[in-house]
Write a protein that binds this ligand. Structure first.
Ligand code: ADP
Ligand code: MG
Length: 173
């Protein structure tokens, strides 16, 4: 488990872009967190990190959006699914078998139907954590060998946003 902290939407995008540089074909990421936590913001930065110029929007009403960059990006949001069975309408397994990277917002809702080989990125905003309105704690949990083998690289990628880092360590973009 790797913890980081961002202090603005821009920082969340930059951090996600840094993670995207580690992405490989057939990677799966579950984006977890309450409404407004920053899952779509993370997806936007991740897409930018893959060299996708097109604006990434919430896929809530389109089920899945596809973007072309260094790798193909499949962006899904399963928030509105009332039944896990609906996921099968998406050809989810075809997506996961393809050459792209798949990001699933609210992915924890369908965790038991997914291969146990993914990176979970949980975005947390909560009074309990004593966070300012624009602060988020980001907890990265690699599940399975694909991402566990990249644990050191993951830690290095988010090091500028490590929870205990001073602001001046961050890239000034
Ligand atoms: P979700 O997809 O999880 O529902 P969004 O990414 O759509 O969330 O929205 C997150 C909202 O929180 C945006 O309005 C964004 O500008 C704001 N925000 C404030 N601080 C941050 C931060 N540190 N990281 C991400 N989003 C933030
Ligand atoms: Mg969203």
């Amino acid at each position: 488990m790797i913890r980081a902290r961002t202090r603005s939407p821009g920082e969340t995008r930059e951090m996600a872009a840094a993670l995207a540089e580690l992405a490989q074909p057939r990677d799966l990421l579950l984006l977890v967190g309450d409404l407004g936590a920053g899952k779509t913001t993370f997806a936007q930065g991740f897409a930018a990190g893959l060299g996708i110029a097109k604006q990434v929007t919430s896929p809530t009403f389109t089920l899945a959006s596809e973007y072309r960059g260094r790798l193909l990006l499949n962006h899904l949001d399963v928030f509105r699914f009332e039944q896990i069975a609906e996921v099968f309408d998406l050809d989810l397994y075809e997506l996961l078998d393809g050459h792209g990277v798949t990001l699933i917002e609210w992915g924890d809702a369908i965790r038991q139907t997914l291969p146990a080989d993914y990176l979970e990125a949980a975005l947390i905003f909560s009074d309990d954590e004593h966070l300012a309105p624009d602060e988020r704690v980001v907890v990265l949990t690699p599940v399975g060998s694909r991402w566990q083998s990249r644990q050191d690289a993951l830690a290095a990628a988010v090091d500028p946003w490590a929870e205990d880092s001073s602001p001046r360590k961050k890239p000034s973009v």
